[in-house]
Design a protein around this ligand. Structure first.
Ligand SMILES: C[S@@+](CC[C@H](N)C(=O)[O-])C[C@H]1O[C@@H](n2cnc3c(N)ncnc32)[C@H](O)[C@@H]1O
Length: 297
C-alpha cells in the first residue's frame, strides 16, 4: 500500500520517496493517520483517492521547506553585480532605440524585469531577490519589476504572503536592508508594502507546468523570465523528472536568461541548452541564444 501511495504522490507532484526517503514518507503518513484517526493505510488510500483537499494537505506535509534569506550569498552577489547591470545596459539601449522608431514607446514606459522563484517555500528567496534587485538597479522606478513566487505548499505560501519573519530569520539579511525594506513588529519584522508589491505569490504545482500547463500572470505568453531561481527543489524529484524540469525552466527563460540552482543541483548530468557561468563562483547557468540557421551554401 505504501508503494501505491508513493506512486500517486510522484505522479501528482514529482516528489520521489524511493530508497532512503521511504521512511520519511512512512513516518509522515503515520502522523496523518493518527491525526485523522484512520486505522490503516488501505483505508487512508480510499479516502485520499476521492479527496482533492486531502491530497493538498498530504503534499503540504511531505514537502521540505528549509530556506533562508540570501541563501547562497554568491548567487545574490552575481545577480547584483553582473546580471542586473547587464540587463540595465541592454534594456536601456532597447528603450532608446524604440524612441527613434515610428512606433515609439510612450513617454514614461518602463523597462520590464521578470524573475521566477519556483519552489519559494516561505518566501525568503523572493524577498531576498526583490531587495537585491531594487538595491542593484540604478533607477528602480524606471522598471516594472515582477517576481513570480510559487510553491506546492499552501501553508508556505500563506506565510510568504504575510511576510512576517522572526528575529532569528532576519539575521541573514544585511541590517541596512532590514531598516529599508522591513518594518519592525514584535520580536521580528514584516516586509513593507513596497517590497510586497513587486512579488506575486501563488500556490502552484510544478508538475502541472512540466506537463504543459501555462503560467498565468507574469511569465505567461511571450512574457518570459529574465532570471529563474529553482533551488533545492529538483533534488526531491526522480532523475527523469529532473530532466523534464530542466527542459521546462529553459522554456520559461528568455534566450540569454539566467538560472540559479541549488548547491547539490549541478546540471552536467542533463541534456540542456544552458552554459555554466564558470567565473561566477557559484551555480548559475545562462540559456544559450538560439543559433541562427546556417545559410545554404
Ligand atoms: C527545500 S525548499 C527550497 C526553498 C528555496 N528555493 C531555497 O532554496 O531556499 C523546496 C521547496 O520546493 C517546493 N516544491 C517541491 N515540489 C514542488 C512542486 N512540485 N511544485 C512546486 N513546489 C514544489 C517545496 O514545497 C519546498 O517549499
Amino acid at each position: 500500500m505504501l508503494d501505491i501511495i508513493a506512486r500517486f504522490i510522484q505522479q501528482r507532484s514529482r516528489l520521489c520517496f524511493t530508497g532512503h526517503k521511504r521512511p520519511i514518507l512512512r513516518q509522515r503518513l503515520e502522523q496523518r493517520l493518527a491525526h485523522l484517526d484512520i486505522p490503516d493505510l488501505a483505508s487512508y488510500w480510499g479516502y485520499l483517492r476521492i479527496s482533492p483537499r486531502e491530497e493538498l494537505v498530504l503534499l503540504d506535509l511531505l514537502t521540505i521547506n528549509e530556506t533562508s534569506f540570501f541563501r547562497n550569498p554568491e548567487q545574490f552577489r552575481f545577480l547584483m553585480e553582473q546580471i542586473i547591470p547587464g540587463l540595465e545596459a541592454e534594456r536601456g539601449e532597447e528603450l532608446l532605440r524604440s524612441w527613434g522608431t515610428v512606433m515609439s514607446a510612450s513617454p514614461g514606459a518602463k523597462m520590464k524585469l521578470r524573475i521566477l522563484c519556483a519552489g519559494c517555500a516561505t518566501g525568503e528567496e523572493p524577498y531576498s531577490a526583490a531587495m537585491a534587485v531594487i538595491e542593484a538597479l540604478r533607477y528602480p522606478r524606471a522598471w516594472d519589476i515582477g517576481i513570480q513566487a510559487c510553491d506546492l505548499s499552501e501553508s508556505c505560501i500563506r506565510t510568504a504572503m504575510a511576510g512576517y519573519y522572526d528575529s532569528e530569520r532576519l539575521k541573514r539579511i544585511p541590517s541596512t536592508y532590514v531598516d529599508r525594506y522591513m518594518e519592525r513588529c514584535g520580536t521580528g519584522a514584516i516586509a513593507r508594502k513596497e517590497l510586497k508589491r513587486v512579488i506575486r505569490f501563488s500556490r502552484l504545482n510544478l508538475n502541472d507546468i512540466i506537463n504543459g500547463a501555462t503560467l498565468t500572470g507574469l511569465g505567461s505568453g511571450s512574457d518570459l523570465f529574465d532570471v529563474i531561481f529553482c533551488r533545492n527543489v529538483m533534488i526531491y524529484f526522480s532523475a527523469e523528472s529532473q530532466q523534464q524540469l530542466v527542459n521546462t525552466l529553459s522554456r520559461l527563460l528568455v534566450p540569454g536568461g539566467y538560472l540559479f540552482t541549488g548547491d547539490a543541483e549541478p546540471l552536467h548530468l542533463f541534456d540542456h541548452d544552458f552554459e555554466a557561468v564558470r567565473e561566477a563562483g557559484c551555480l548559475v547557468y545562462q540559456k544559450m541564444e538560439a543559433k541562427p540557421h546556417a545559410e545554404a551554401v
